[in-house]
Design a protein around this ligand. Sequence first.
Ligand SMILES: NC(=O)c1ccc[n+]([C@@H]2O[C@H](COP(=O)([O-])OP(=O)(O)OC[C@H]3O[C@@H](n4cnc5c(N)ncnc54)[C@H](O)[C@@H]3O)[C@@H](O)[C@H]2O)c1
Length: 541
Amino acid sequence: MASRNALSAGASLLGRILSRNQRAATAVASRKLSGAASYGAAAAEKELENPLTPPVEIKYTKLLIDGKFVDSISGKTFATHDPRTDEVITHVSEGDAADIDVAVKAARKAFDEGPWPKMHAHQRASILNRFADLLEQHGEELAALDALDSGKPYEQALYAEMPTTVRNFRYFAGWADKIHGRTIPTDSGHFAYTLHEPVGVCGQIIPWNFPLVMFAWKVAPALACGNTVVLKTAEQTPLSALRAGALALEAGIPPGVVNIVSGYGETAGAALSHHMDVDKVAFTGSTEVGKKVLEAAAKTNLKKVTLELGGKSPFIVCEGADVDKAVELSHFALFFNQGQCCSAGSRTFVHEKVYDEFLEKAKERALKRVVGDPFRSGVEQGPQVDREQFNKVLGYIKAGQDEGARLITGGSRLGSKGFYIKPTVFADVEDHHKIFNEEIFGPVQSVTKFSSVEEVIKRANRTHYGLAAGIFSPNIDDINTLSRGLRAGSVWVNTYDVFDPTLPFGGYKQSGLGREKGIYALDNYTEVKVVVMPLSNPAWQ
Ligand SMILES: NC(=O)c1ccc[n+]([C@@H]2O[C@H](COP(=O)([O-])OP(=O)(O)OC[C@H]3O[C@@H](n4cnc5c(N)ncnc54)[C@H](O)[C@@H]3O)[C@@H](O)[C@H]2O)c1
């Protein structure tokens, strides 16, 4: 019953999109991929050859600094590509160290002299709520920009990612006037109280897999606490944040409070993490780059650092599980967003008693997955974000085959244009296989067998990551033992990828430092000051 309740996914935003899309997707799937679905179906190929025109006009391509959209100092631009075709969508101003410096100066001025940190907190909340309203009103446009730039299904961007983006701003707007310290009794006859003050200028570096959601996770808590920000978007997906930046100005967020610099990691990103006048940096991306960001902070001004990094999360299907539901949820846990999720359930552990049935049904489900133009209704999976990721995923598929994992479906590109990959499932994957240890970040499910809860805890924890874990079981004893035994920042039981703004998110081990979202995020964006004074006049007064 517990699993049925959870699977109805009423509590999960992504669960809602899952079930909403599922109905549409199943209908499209059966229409497009009748019987034993074939990717080579002429109709599907033809659709991929002739992509739809996205319902969006691109209005903002310059850097947003000090309330104005400006060219980069070097005058350079870079192309952003449509992953459906690899054609250029548009050219965007390319910020580098010089632009980061100007943006940091604007953010510093807005912090030191501007109204934002000092205004009544309820006024900050009103402005943030107005910003949330504008984001909501422009939901279709913003979702289309993300779908175009990243290849994610437009319906997923519109029905799952836009609402969570808006909710994050509303949630943190609600905190703005509730951030306060305590009075503290002392043993020494002093009166003491704490003030929770903004950290200052916050550098924020985000990835390409969820451009707007990452924008919201970073910007909303920083602004609610009274900070100013310089945000560096991912070079693959610069468009939606620039549009959101224009809406931030329209909402009344003062100039210099939100600065947005498009550019590359080695130049603009590194300049931000090394900048001597940035007080804090929040980064989401690969563990490899996360280490560089931490090193940059250590080598410069010891800016505070939070990191949300990679994962290799286990999804565990226990004895007694309803196999159809386990297959559906594990499929969602891995394939959501083309498999490009830091929290992807990318190691599927299945109890030996249900293993064979699970494999057969997991293959069937992967074959039914609707891969196609992200602007077509009912599509569950679009192309990978760019050529680099596409080649990387195909490289992992080859490594899986070379190392002896059993490929049961997929295993190659789909079509001849763009970065589409067939939903792929490997069976009998062993713990030492590369595909079981490294973050693939693609539509590749790796399934392995286990015999006992004790065994699976040991194997699931045998990784340097610790971001998330999924448990699928009807048995409360197994659920309790597993949820306490797994070393991960989020454990989803009979559900997956629940990203409510109220819940903290972050990693154990090399999956990160600190927590984003929820009340825990406020700690990242505030300094604590203690003020101490004597209770009675001291002799020297
Ligand atoms: N945890 C996540 O949410 C997440 C997101 C994206 C990618 N990844 C992982 O990272 C892999 C590589 O993808 P990627 O290259 O886009 O990730 P990445 O870590 O290189 O990029 C993430 C962000 O960091 C910036 N960056 C890159 N080098 C930098 C540097 N030296 N200093 C400061 N900022 C820098 C990038 O420009 C981008 O904005 C993926 O295959 C995946 O495994 C994880």
